[in-house]
Design a protein around this ligand. Structure first.
Ligand SMILES: CCCCCCCCCCCCCC(=O)CC(=O)SCCNC(=O)CCNC(=O)[C@H](O)C(C)(C)COP(=O)(O)OP(=O)(O)OC[C@H]1O[C@@H](n2cnc3c(N)ncnc32)[C@H](O)[C@@H]1OP(=O)(O)O
Ligand SMILES: NC(=O)C1=CN([C@@H]2O[C@H](COP(=O)(O)OP(=O)(O)OC[C@H]3O[C@@H](n4cnc5c(N)ncnc54)[C@H](O)[C@@H]3O)[C@@H](O)[C@H]2O)C=CC1
Length: 342
């Protein structure tokens, strides 16, 4: 992540919106995603204002950014620790913090929202910001599962509203899904695509459908994994993966179907995770990844999918997931989720 020219200068035209120069970025929500987005935006030369509800939270956001930058600097400046320190300092200086979202958007070219996954709260936020942000400012949501159209409907700038869906951890994951609604202008989409590239990411364009591309495929897999665990799993379907861990050969479909229809014995989340890592080549198994993402987020995502597609059994809720969230066991961020974390 080198400091790069960060300006996106669009073709000149009579419309103010077409001349979008994304220099100043406001990120609302300083949790794991907002802090990550702030980090990559600052690392690519943007001036960033990070907003959250309290100074204590914002201090933790800056710590998250510093922690991630330390890992980057360790590689980039392995033999020059002082240069590494300077690199971190320069990037962190590009991030200012605020608890006042309304003022923070006033000089902003782009607002990226990464707050709690709740439609009403996101709509309330954007509706307030819409009244104060300059007319050229583009609004984007990092939602995992809510409709961009539904969120944008709270504003009077639906042509300048899109989805900008980053992946966790933002510093490492190369993909950004850029989502347009029927009302999003081509200029806005182009600006969001260009911005993603300036951040060093690879953008893909998505329609505003539940889960866009990646979560539409990941979430059913997650829910099937939880159900497998809740009702017991037939361990023989992972046998070939254990016997030949380096081969990564896919389990034959017929064997999988046989095993899924003959469930018996104790479930093991560890075995499911090993199965998906060694048998399907994922870097993390579903339970590890759910703990990494946050179980509150996973629950909110499933509920949003269910709201849009109520008859689909893939999105039926899970008693176990609901219980863990009710107990405050949200994964790595609280020290316990499906697993205990140090
Ligand atoms: C199995 C499929 C089903 C899963 C379903 C899951 C849940 C579905 C619900 C979705 C809810 C909503 C989520 C969403 O909207 C979208 C998402 O973001 S989905 C999550 C996407 N993310 C992933 O899939 C992450 C997968 N994991 C990885 O890629 C790696 O494990 C990871 C890069 C996180 C860590 O790598 P690993 O080798 O495991 O560990 P190391 O600690 O050794 O790190 C390797 C390397 O990377 C550097 N690094 C790691 N984290 C950071 C960081 N935050 N900042 C900077 N650098 C980082 C680290 O320093 C190491 O560098 P080296 O040079 O190798 O030393
Ligand atoms: N966790 C993940 O892996 C991913 C999450 N997302 C999405 O990103 C968004 C944020 O997720 P996380 O960062 O994981 O959540 P998080 O819980 O880590 O952070 C959310 C932050 O928003 C703050 N916040 C809540 N309401 C606010 C408001 N009205 N104004 C200002 N700040 C407010 C909270 O204090 C918190 O710090 C969600 O929409 C989620 O679905 C998207 C991709 C991956």
């Amino acid at each position: 992540m080198a400091f790069a020219a960060s300006q996106i200068v669009r073709g000149f035209s009579s419309s103010a919106v077409r001349n979008v120069v994304i220099k100043n970025v406001t990120i609302i929500g300083g949790g794991q995603m907002g802090a990550g987005i702030a980090q990559v935006a600052a690392s690519t030369g943007h001036s960033v204002t990070l907003v959250d509800t309290s100074d204590d939270i914002l201090k933790k956001s800056i710590k998250l950014i510093e922690g991630s930058l330390k890992r980057v600097a360790k590689k980039k400046f392995s033999d020059k620790p002082e240069a590494g320190e300077e690199f971190i300092k320069k990037i962190v200086q590009k991030v200012s913090t605020s608890t006042d979202a309304e003022s923070a958007v006033q000089g902003s070219d782009l607002v990226v929202e990464a707050i709690v996954e709740n439609l009403k709260i996101k709509q309330d936020l954007f509706s307030r910001l819409d009244k104060l942000a300059p007319s050229h400012t583009i609004f984007a949501s990092n939602t995992s599962s809510l409709s961009i159209c539904d969120i944008a409907s709270s504003t009077n700038r639906q042509d300048r509203f899109g989805g900008l869906h980053f992946f966790n951890p933002v510093a490492m994951m190369k993909l950004v899904e850029v989502i347009g609604t029927p009302a999003t202008s081509q200029d806005t989409l182009d600006s969001l695509l260009d911005f993603s590239k300036v951040l060093g990411k690879t953008p893909v364009s998505c329609k505003d459908t539940s889960g866009f591309i990646v979560n539409r495929l990941l979430v059913p897999c997650m829910m099937e994994a939880i159900r497998l665990y809740e009702r017991g799993v037939c361990t023989c379907c992972f046998y070939s993966s254990f016997k030949h861990p380096s081969s990564f050969s896919p389990i034959p479909l017929t064997l999988l179907i046989f095993c899924f229809s003959n469930l018996s014995g104790d479930a093991s989340k560890e075995d499911i995770d090993i199965g998906m890592k060694l048998g399907a080549g994922y870097p993390m198994g579903p339970f590890e990844l759910a703990d990494y993402v946050g179980l509150d987020i996973v629950k909110a995502v499933i509920e949003a999918f269910k709201t849009k597609d109520p008859k689909n059994p893939l999105f039926d809720s899970s008693d176990l997931l609901n219980k863990l969230v009710a107990e405050g066991k949200l994964g790595i961020k609280t020290g316990e989720g499906f697993y205990k974390h140090k």
